[in-house]
Ligand binder design. Sequence first.
Ligand SMILES: [Zn+2]
Length: 492
Amino acid sequence: MRRLSFIAPLFLLLLGGAFLTAQERVDVDMAARIRTAGLQRSQAPALYRTLTDELGSRLTGSPEHMRAAQWARDRFAEWGLTNAHLEPFEFGRGWTLEKIAVEMTAPRYMPLVAYADAWTPSTAGVVSGRVVYVGDKSASDIQALAAQLRRAIVLTHLPQTQFVDGDRPQPGLDNRPVATGNPVLPSARSTTPPEQLASLLKNAGAAVALKPSAYRDGTVGVVGNRNTAPDAVPSITVAGEQYNVLARLAAAGQAVEVRVELRTRYQEADRNTYNVIAEIPGADPAVRDEVVLVGAHLDSWHTASGATDNADGVAAVMEAMRILKELGATPRRTIRVALWSGEEQGLLGARAYLAQRFADQAARDKLAVYLNDDPGSGKTLGFYMEGNTAAKAIFDAWLEPLRDLGATRNIIEGIGSTDHVPFNDLGLPGFNVIKDFDAYDERTRHTNADFPERMSEDELKQSAIVMATFVWQAAVRAAKIPRAGEAVPSAR
Ligand SMILES: [Zn+2]
């Protein structure tokens, strides 16, 4: 029989090994079993390694993302989850990088750290010649240069002088209120506004456009626009310091020559992309149609392995499900896992799923809670509570058996920019884990440096244990998690 404990942060009584309080019951036996499985038999490091080293980048709509989604679905099926499948939504064409080489060839030879913006077209074979610098030119100046710009390699931006030099505040540092949200990042600057610049270069028939990254020391931040026209001027982002060498020399009138070869491919055969969905069915007839949903986005940007964004979150969520199956868990409510696609293009997978599965209030009433694992890296410190004080009291109790693993603090503030947001927008209780931002903003997020070294094996194991424990408590709790602002009956 399951041993339940009652935990409240204000008055804890220890009776016969069980926590007893007036507010919240916690299944401490199951928490202990999850911890043992998660520490002694963890597959989280192996899952993370496969996601990063073997599967690699997972741009939405790419064959690489599809391969990762199928791999994840097959793991869920292999572990015995129910109804493991890919759930489509329309996305548009995918894109793959097949070849890029960017080199300065005069006044001397220097290979450049450079990446294609996602969804940019190919160059017309190998392009080489003297660069044209227009970073300091007005639109009319650029128009006057039209003849020179034909088939040219163009430096479109000013030398980069402002760099990403810090991370957003570390939520794990102390108990002060946490400022959340994406940091304000410096970007590349041009004298002519970017859209106008793009059309001027296209009309002039430029061969390729180079611009600087705002990250330091060879770190290149690259994203891309899925609506890029197939006849746009190919766009490449160069390491900031290297771009500056080219731009300074060219601005000083020196003959700078560059050779570029860029080959990309649009993936048009399937205009859908896919969320990965699987379940552990609920066993209690009274509440088994209620859903505890846990998820993370599987898609990433294309220049590295998407390790902190977001293979670590995916590994934690997958391992949480694996642990629950290994333990033969029979939850009261249904536990469902979702590995979202299209997060990086605007939380598209979560939004599509809500539109497909939670379109009406009757369906929404069946969602017990949504737990998401995305921004930051390292161990899970707790959850952002999105201003929901009633839910925070419950989550605080659930942290008790996890404190010695470093999960010590839920904070009342919220965090934006990831897949729990559209749940909250519908009034549903969606929460994201708290992780630290150590080198996340200035080094790994959306860069060519997002490789697996940032996470330790212990942090991966811990993240999975915390997630499995929270998922389990939500799945056996007496009531669903209260919606923000909802009056809460006693949980007992
Ligand atoms: Zn991201």
